[in-house]
Design a protein around this ligand. Structure first.
Ligand code: TMP
Ligand code: ASP
Length: 242
C-alpha cells in the first residue's frame, strides 16, 4: 500500500475531515473541513471557522489523554486546519459513552434529556452511514469479526478511562460532559489507541450553570450560534484558535 502512495495524496475523505499521505508511511496529515453534517449526512451546511476550532479543541483533548497515559493517534497540530496523526487500522465502530440521558438515548427509550445515569454506559454502533450506524452488541461485534472479545474489552476500558479524564477536566471548566463518541484503531506496534477526533462535533457539552449547549446540537436542532459555542469551548479549555 505504502509503496504506491505519493506524499500529499488524498487517501480518504469523510464528511468532516480529509486524510493525506506524508513522506513517512507511518504518519498521515488530517485536515478538518468546515462542513457540518447530521443524521448520517442528510443535513449539511458549511460553517466558516468550525474546522479550525475543532482542530484546536481536539489537539487539546488528545494531548490531555496522552499526558494521562491513554494512547492516541495524535502527534501534533500542524496548522490552523491540520494535524499530524499516526496511521492506525480503525475498528469499524463508533463507541459512545454516556453520563446523562440525551440524543438518541432519550428518543429510543422515551426519556427526558438530562437524567443523570447511575454510572457511565458504553455502547457500540457499526460505522456505516448507509445503514444509519446501527447499534451492535458486543457479542455481535465478536461473532461478525469487527473486533475480538478481548479487543472490545480493551476498547470499553479505554473509553471509560477517557470519560473519567475528560469529565474531571471539563468539570473544572464549568462544562458537563454529557456524552461523546470515540473511534479506536490498532497501531503498528499492536496497541489499541484512540483515533479520529474529540470535538464539539463528537461530544455533548453543557454549561454547568445554565445548561446551554456548547456542541453540534446547536446545528442538529437549528439553535444557531454554533461557531460562538465552539469558540467558547476552546476558550474554556485554555486554547487559542491561532
Ligand atoms: P446520539 O445521542 O445521537 O447517539 O449521540 C451520542 C454522542 O455521540 C453525541 O455526543 C454525538 C456523538 N455522535 C457522533 O459523534 N457521531 C455520530 O454519528 C453520532 C450518531 C453521534
Ligand atoms: N455525524 C453524523 C452525521 O453526519 C451524525 C451526527 O453527529 O449527528 O450524520
Amino acid at each position: 500500500m505504502a509503496t504506491t502512495e505519493r506524499a500529499g495524496e488524498l487517501l480518504y475523505e469523510g464528511k468532516a475531515k480529509q486524510l493525506f499521505a506524508t513522506e513517512d508511511p507511518a504518519l498521515l496529515r488530517m485536515r478538518y473541513k468546515d462542513d457540518a453534517t447530521a443524521f448520517d449526512g442528510k443535513k449539511h451546511a458549511v460553517i466558516a471557522g468550525k474546522g479550525q476550532l475543532n482542530n484546536a479543541i481536539s489537539a487539546i483533548f488528545f494531548a490531555r489523554l496522552e499526558e494521562a497515559g491513554v494512547p492516541t493517534h495524535f502527534v501534533r497540530r500542524l496548522s490552523d486546519l491540520e494535524c499530524l496523526v499516526r496511521r492506525v487500522r480503525l475498528f469499524p465502530l463508533e463507541v459512545i459513552v454516556r453520563n446523562i440521558v440525551a440524543g438518541s438515548m432519550a428518543r429510543r427509550y422515551g426519556l427526558e434529556e438530562g437524567m443523570v445515569l447511575a454510572h457511565p454506559t458504553v455502547e457500540f454502533d457499526l460505522k456505516n452511514d448507509a445503514l444509519g450506524d446501527p447499534l451492535v452488541t458486543e457479542e455481535q461485534i465478536a461473532v461478525l469479526g469487527w473486533a475480538t472479545q478481548e479487543e472490545v474489552a480493551e476498547i470499553r476500558r479505554l473509553a471509560l478511562r477517557v470519560n473519567e479524564i475528560l469529565s474531571a477536566d471539563l468539570r473544572g471548566r464549568g462544562v458537563v460532559l454529557v456524552d461523546f463518541k470515540l473511534e479506536f484503531g490498532r497501531d503498528p506496534e499492536g496497541r489499541i489507541v484512540v483515533a479520529d477526533e474529540i470535538s464539539p462535533d463528537t461530544c455533548r457539552f453543557w454549561d454547568a450553570e445554565t445548561r446551554e449547549k456548547l456542541d453540534k446540537d446547536r446545528f442538529r436542532r437549528d439553535l444557531g450560534g454554533l461557531e460562538e459555542a465552539y469558540a467558547e469551548m476552546l476558550r474554556r479549555l485554555g486554547g487559542t484558535p491561532r
